[in-house]
Design a protein around this ligand. Structure first.
Ligand code: TNX
Length: 541
């Protein structure tokens, strides 16, 4: 720990030109006014427009480190002092926009909606000394905020992170803490990769074996895994919603489904009993497209899933389907002939259309990896592009929307830099450095103006296929503090902060050197808030 603190100090010292405004993501408009506001034990938090929940969140963020017990008060007329939370619609039509004004007497946060107010609060926390994120009381600290007027709104509505909880089962507590981290950086979509070959993590009441069998691998003391009960999921969704994070579940199909096929062998083409994998590989077992029972099963699964998740989006994966089973399966081939389809790719489009009509019934929009965007889809979908960016222009012309998750910028399971002795998890894309993430522009430079709003934003991924044995890699991590979950923090940070700025800040304001300078104070914030992270190599050391 001491070593990390010293390194942080050196990084701070190496950035002598630390700007006053170290906020990440950089706000759209920041005007300093030379005044100062000091939070002390007399400071009150006032709120209007039913923002009690936000006031409670703010007080609980400020109390531990300051040691102050804030009085919360609903007010009809605007007071002239204290911290004021309110909703006041501005010209900017984003519901996530806010105006934050700080002068000698008052901090006023006016959001376009409660989401905007929440983001104003996150900005305010970043204007305070980094110690504000400490869970213990910081004695003799002056809680001073530089006066400014900030008008701010996000560039993109989808500012996401994907957690692969299938290959590595993250505890509910980790997920909640990860949501806090996303909220700190104004990210708003948690893409929850709940299903894959290596584990089914979502309780489905009608099919208990999905989790009883498909949630575990290994035997005896080697047994690892777990799953989220529907109660856990509701808790995660409620916690996230309070922090303006929408949880989008991914129910992979037709491939990446070995765990389900182990639990219910009839879902596969061969009816064989397979076992849960203990090594990472992409299984060639796939849901049988030739059997109606497959669709009955999916109908039931989506009935429970859509009832559970309020998001209008359901991700169905659709990536990396190996068609060899469909080619060998008499029922699948019969179906292909009946439908007059030429090949197995068309069978997958048929599969997706069947799923899409189930989702439509529940008022949901389908999200899929880029393999799922094909001609012949009956409804508009959201394509999450990890690989084939050539599909984007045509997809938007066809009315689909896009979230960018390109491997070269958004795959945080990749190592960041070649550092001697550093354990590299995934390597197949090559390094994804902080600077590279920061350089990402989700917008296509030549995209016609009329399609631009269909580029919804970007999403980082924390794939966990390299962690299939639980702690194997984590024991070798540079953090040397042995838990896999800390290693995921290490993969996520600081890259998540860079992606947050990519998604939020207008591209014309982006500047790598200025970002690096602002970052220098954020390592301390991560540490105080209890997150693992990867330090850049300080230039002066
Ligand atoms: C590709 S991208 C995958 C995942 C792996 C990841 C590892 C995509 C849709 N599929 O199954 O975990 O690479 O980097």
């Amino acid at each position: 720990m001491k070593r990390i603190s010293l390194a942080i100090l050196l990084i701070c010292l190496s950035k002598l030109s630390i700007a006053q405004n170290n906020i990440i993501p950089l706000p759209e408009n920041y005007q300093s006014n030379g005044q100062l506001f000091k939070i002390n034990k007399e400071t009150k938090i006032y709120y209007q427009n039913g923002l009690k929940e936000q006031a409670i969140l703010l007080a609980s963020a400020l109390s531990p480190a300051t040691g102050f017990d804030f009085e919360l008060k609903e007010v009809k007329t605007l007071p002239s002092n204290g911290i004021v939370l309110m909703i006041s619609k501005k010209e900017n039509n984003s519901k996530e926009a806010y105006k934050l004004s700080v002068n000698n007497q008052q901090v006023k946060i006016a959001g376009n909606s409660s989401a905007g107010t929440f983001y104003g609060i996150q900005t305010l926390l970043q204007m305070l000394p980094a110690e504000i994120y400490n869970k213990e009381r910081q004695k003799n600290k002056a809680w001073v905020i530089n006066g400014a007027v900030i008008n701010d709104a996000p560039s993109y509505p989808w500012r996401g992170m994907m957690l692969d909880v299938s290959r590595y089962f993250f505890s509910k507590e980790y997920v909640l803490k990860f949501i806090d981290l996303m909220a700190m950086y104004k990210m708003n979509v948690l893409h929850f990769h709940l299903i894959d070959d290596a584990g089914w993590r979502l309780e489905i009441i009608k099919y208990p074996k999905l989790t009883a069998i498909g949630g575990w691998r290994g035997l005896g003391s080697e047994k690892t895994g777990g799953y989220y009960t529907q109660k856990d999921i509701k808790e995660i969704i409620t916690y996230a919603a309070k922090r303006n994070v929408e949880v989008v579940p991914e129910i992979e199909l037709p491939a990446h489904t070995l765990a389900a096929i182990v639990a219910y062998p009839y879902l596969g083409c061969t009816n064989q009993q397979f076992v849960m994998p203990t090594q990472h590989s992409i299984s060639k077992e796939i849901y049988c497209v030739g059997k109606e029972r497959t669709f009955d099963f999916l109908e039931d699964v989506f009935k429970e899933t859509t009832a559970l998740f309020p998001s209008k989006y359901i991700h169905i994966g659709g990536d990396e389907a190996n068609y060899s089973r469909w080619k060998e399966c008499a029922d699948c081939q019969k179906k292909k002939a009946e439908l007059g389809l030429k090949n197995e790719s068309e069978l997958q489009i048929y599969f997706n259309n069947r799923v899409q009509s189930i989702l439509k019934k529940y008022g949901k929009t389908l999200v899929g990896w880029d393999e799922a965007i094909e001609d012949g889809l009956k409804e508009k979908m959201v394509g999450m592009i990890w690989n084939n960016k050539k599909k984007i222009s045509k997809a938007v012309e066809q009315g689909h929307s896009i979230v960018q998750s390109l491997t070269a910028y958004c795959y945080f399971d990749m190592f960041e830099k070649n550092i001697p002795g550093e354990v590299q998890t995934a390597t197949w894309v090559g390094p994804v450095s902080l600077e590279r993430v920061y350089s990402f522009n989700p917008m296509l430079s030549d995209l016609d103006e009329k399609y631009r709003s269909q580029i919804l934003g970007a999403s980082g991924t924390l794939w966990a296929d390299q962690f299939i044995h639980g702690n194997k890699l984590a024991e070798m991590t540079p953090l040397n503090e042995n838990r896999s979950e800390q290693y995921f923090d290490y993969l996520a940070l600081p890259r998540l902060s860079a992606l947050a700025e990519v998604c939020w800040t207008p591209v014309k304001l982006k500047d790598w050197t200025a970002f690096e300078n602002r970052m220098s104070t954020h390592y301390q914030r991560y540490q105080n808030a209890g997150y693992g992270f990867r330090l850049p190599q300080p230039k002066l050391v």
